[in-house]
Design a protein around this ligand. Structure first.
Ligand SMILES: Nc1ncnc2c1ncn2[C@@H]1O[C@H](COP(=O)(O)OP(=O)(O)OP(=O)(O)O)[C@@H](O)[C@H]1O
Ligand SMILES: [Mg+2]
Length: 242
């Protein structure tokens, strides 16, 4: 059975979709079969990030509503990844139970199913988290985002997600040194979450990934995604920050 992971933050624009894509690529390169599920109804972005925009035919809502078979909705995306795109509107058929059934339909084919959640703590997040046993809470190192991450983790726990781990994104040691951003200990203390990894602020994410281009294996962000993927698979990997 696949591992089901929801990537969440509460707050918008902190890097949920970028981290989802980067982590998925790192897992795929390690030989795992990964399905990414874009749960941002109405504001999907993973098709753009993964250069699959033109290939969209069906989305996961079509699978739930039985307008296509599960395999027909899977889009081949960059790096050999598989993507389920998000519907453009909410429908009454999109319920947490329907999302669990959706995940079950792909369990045999994939090792990891990653659910990229929308901003906010409403139904969109609930749907994204419905099948997940693990949440990755993405926080940038600032007070507003950190509080939002903690609130989101509490909510996900009440909704039955067994565990939440923290990923600090857009970390910039120079800004921390100038006390413009929180340091890693402060983020951990404020969220009460166990740290899974730190992704540096890296312009290749902004300039390449957001335009559907793969980021190079040597980029700092990709190396961070690789370390996070290894930790997810139980390896002990040193925290590297620069
Ligand atoms: N580590 C990073 N370094 C530099 N830029 C980043 C990094 N992570 C994300 N970004 C940039 O930040 C912006 C927002 O990222 P992204 O779309 O992944 O956030 P999100 O949390 O999914 O947003 P939303 O809440 O709207 O879904 C994008 O322009 C992206 O390229
Ligand atoms: Mg997003």
């Amino acid at each position: 059975m696949a591992k089901h992971i929801v990537i969440a933050s509460g707050k918008g624009g902190v890097g949920k979709s970028s981290v989802s894509a980067g982590l998925a690529l790192a897992l795929q390169r390690d030989g795992y079969r990964v399905l990414l599920v874009d749960c941002d109804i109405g504001l999907r972005s993973l098709d753009l990030i993964l250069g699959a925009g033109a290939a969209l035919l069906f989305h996961w809502g079509d699978v739930i509503q039985k307008r296509c078979a599960p395999d027909q909705a899977v889009i081949a995306a960059a790096g050999g990844l598989s993507l389920l795109s998000a519907p453009s509107d909410f429908e009454p058929a999109y319920t947490p139970e329907a999302m669990r059934e959706l995940a079950a339909a792909y369990d045999g084919e994939f090792d990891y199913i990653l659910f990229d959640s929308p901003a906010g703590v409403g139904l969109g997040l609930e749907l994204a988290a419905a099948a997940a046993e693990l949440a990755l809470i993405i926080a940038t190192p600032d007070e507003v985002c950190v509080r939002s991450g903690q609130v989101t983790a509490d909510l996900l726990s009440r909704w039955g997600v067994a565990e939440s781990r923290l990923i600090i994104n857009r970390f910039d040691a120079k800004s921390v040194a100038k006390k413009k951003l929180l340091n890693i200990d402060e983020v951990i203390d404020s969220t009460h979450l166990r740290l899974l990894g730190v992704v540096p602020s890296d312009q290749t994410v902004l300039f390449r990934m957001s335009r559907g281009q793969l980021i190079g294996a040597k980029s700092k962000a990709m190396q961070a995604f690789v370390r996070i993927a290894q930790r997810l698979n139980g390896k002990r990997v040193l925290l590297e920050i620069d």
